[in-house]
Each structure stands twice: as C-alpha cells, then as structure tokens.
Write a protein that binds this ligand. Structure first.
Ligand code: NAD
Length: 303
C-alpha cells in the first residue's frame, strides 16, 4: 500500500495524517521543530476523539502515524510526499530542494499551500512535473473538500493520481484547470472578508453584525445551494442587474485595509492577542474550535 510522508507536523500536517491513516495508509511525519514531533501523538489522539473515531478503531489509526527524525529518512520511505510546512515561499523552496535528491524521479509531491502559486512553489524543483497542489481544509479529517491544481509544468498523470486517491478517501475532490493563487475556496472566502472589512471601514455595522448576517443567511444557504446554481435559480438577468447596481460600491482594495491596519498597529491581532475585531477572553479560542467542529459534524449529518 502507498506509504505517505508528510513534511510539517503542525495544524494541517497532523490533520492530514489522521485523514490518511483513517483510510488505512501508513503515514510518516517529519518536522524541523522537535517539539512539534514530540507533541504529534497527543494531537493525533485529540483529533481522533474530536473526529468521533470509534475507540476500537482509534488505536489502529494512531498506530499508522509515526514520527521520522530526518527529511532524508522520510524521503527514503515515502511513495507520496505531502509538503505542509509554513506558508512561506522561501521555506517551501528550501524543503523541496532538500527533499528531491532523496526521492525517486517519479515520486509525487503534493503541496498543501493555501495561497501560493503552485508554479512558484515548484520553481527550485529538478522535476516540477511531479508537484501537485492538493489543498485540504481544516480540519482535514472532517471537511470534505480537497482542491487539486496543477502548476504550469505539472504532468496530468500526477494530477489524475491525486484526484483518484483523494476521491477514494471519500473526500470531495475538485480539479482546477490551472494554477491560481488561493485555489477557489480561499479566493471566494477572502473576497467576502475584503467586503466585510470594507463595511467596517465605512462604518456600516459592527464586526459581530457581519458574523450574524453570514451565519443566519449565506452560511445556511451555501451548504445546500451554491452561488452559481443560485444565480441561475434567481435568473441571470436579475443577477446581472444586482451586480451592475452593487459592483461600483464593492471594495476593490488591493492593499491598505484600514480596520486591519489600525488593529494590528495596536497589537490587537485576534485570538492569540486576546483582542482583534472581537474580544477573546481566556478559553474563547477553545470554545470556537469545539463549536466549529461540532457545527461541521452536525451539518454533514443533516445534509
Ligand atoms: N491553517 C489552515 O487552516 C490551513 C488550511 C489549508 C492549508 N494550509 C496550509 O498548510 C500549510 C501548513 O499550515 P499549518 O496551518 O499546518 O501551519 P503550522 O504552523 O501549524 O505548521 C507548519 C509546520 O511546519 C514546520 N516547519 C517549518 N519549517 C519547516 C522545515 N523547513 N522543515 C520541516 N518542517 C518545517 C513547523 O515547525 C510547523 O510545525 C501552509 O502552507 C498553510 O498555508 C493551512
């Protein structure tokens, strides 16, 4: 059976490991930070209990995930390598350059980058034809979607293999025709975030109001009827009329986001700082993490 090697055992790396091990794969994990490796078992255990894996299965799933002390060893024992290191181009380049001499020329490499161009990530590679963008969503063992995109030099066979393997996991695997920063999901998500910040900048409402609006309307609708189906449903003539009327007042900002710039200048960076757009009292982060996973599980059950 295919052996996976994951580089980066952080939030996504350990979650992807759980998703793959749940499907029966053996998964080695390497991380440059020894603390990340030392804590991997505990985080895998937490993910398994949060993902409601039956206790009689959880042990076997956890046993399929193991830590590896060096990149070279991971490379030598992996049939597919998943790159899930920090979202910095220089770090990804360094890791891929170090990895490639130690893997066979046909070993696929999947990058979990969120918003970097796959072609740019592939830039230092000896064989960029094997790099595929395989973008999981957090938490990977719960969210169905995985977006798959080729870089400019990726060979179609590697894309097809990734798509088939991810589909066989029971995931909703979608294929992009070409590389675009942010795949589809993050482009849509951050178009909405940009507009939400614009509403705050313009003094239209409070941040809490934005969340209430999305949770009580769009968030419910979009899990059953997507925006393209809805555009057809209401009619493209109406869709065009609404867009023509709204588009001039929508945000087109490409830099300088006043609300974000002001908060960040005052060290109000969000959850970790205790204050951001909202207040984050102690324990609130854990409550949000639990609510997020419970809500996703509930939505998946009732869908
Ligand atoms: N957080 C999310 O919701 C999310 C969702 C989808 C995709 N992603 C993407 O997944 C990737 C990982 O993100 P994350 O949220 O897991 O970050 P993270 O910070 O939780 O984990 C990154 C890990 O990479 C390790 N690392 C850094 N440099 C390394 C190196 N040279 N060699 C080996 N390990 C190294 C770090 O020690 C850390 O444990 C990023 O590209 C990110 O954009 C994140």
């Amino acid at each position: 059976m295919t052996r996976f090697g994951i580089i980066g055992g952080g939030l996504m790396g350990h979650g992807i490991a759980v998703a793959l091990a749940q499907a029966g794969y053996r998964v080695g994990v390497f991380d440059a930070d020894p603390a990340a490796l030392a804590g991997l078992g505990e985080r895998v255990g937490q993910a398994l209990s949060r993902s409601a894996t039956p206790p009689e299965r959880a042990g076997a799933v956890a046993d399929r995930i193991f830590t590896v002390d060096s990149l070279a060893v991971l490379a030598g024992q992996s049939d597919i390598v998943v790159e899930a290191v920090s979202e910095r181009l220089a770090v990804k380049h360094e890791v891929l350059a170090a990895l490639e001499p130690d893997i066979a020329v046909d070993t696929p490499v999947w990058t979990n980058t969120s918003v970097l161009s796959i072609s740019e990530v592939a830039q230092p590679m000896l064989h960029p034809r094997r790099l595929v963008g395989v973008h999981w969503w957090n938490p990977p063992y719960l969210i169905p979607l995985v977006e798959i995109a080729p870089g400019a030099d990726t060979e179609p066979g590697f894309v097809k293999q990734a798509h088939e393997l991810i589909t066989a996991l029971g995931k909703t695997s979608v294929l992009l025709h070409r590389d675009v920063p942010g795949f589809i999901g993050n482009r849509l998500q951050f178009a909405l975030v940009r507009e939400a910040l614009h509403l705050l900048d313009e003094g239209v409402c409070e941040p809490e109001t934005i969340d209430t609006v999305v949770r009580a309307s769009l968030g419910l609708r979009w899990s059953t009827v997507g925006p393209m189906e809805n555009a057809d449903y209401i009619g493209l003539d109406l869709t065009r009329a609404i867009l023509t009327s709204l588009a001039p007042s929508l945000s087109g900002r490409t830099s300088a986001f006043p609300t974000l710039d002001r908060l960040l200048a005052h060290d109000q960076a969000g959850r970790a700082a205790g204050r951001g757009l909202l207040d984050w009292p102690a324990g609130q982060g854990d409550e949000v993490a639990a609510r997020l996973e419970d809500g996703i599980r509930h939505n998946l059950r009732v869908r």
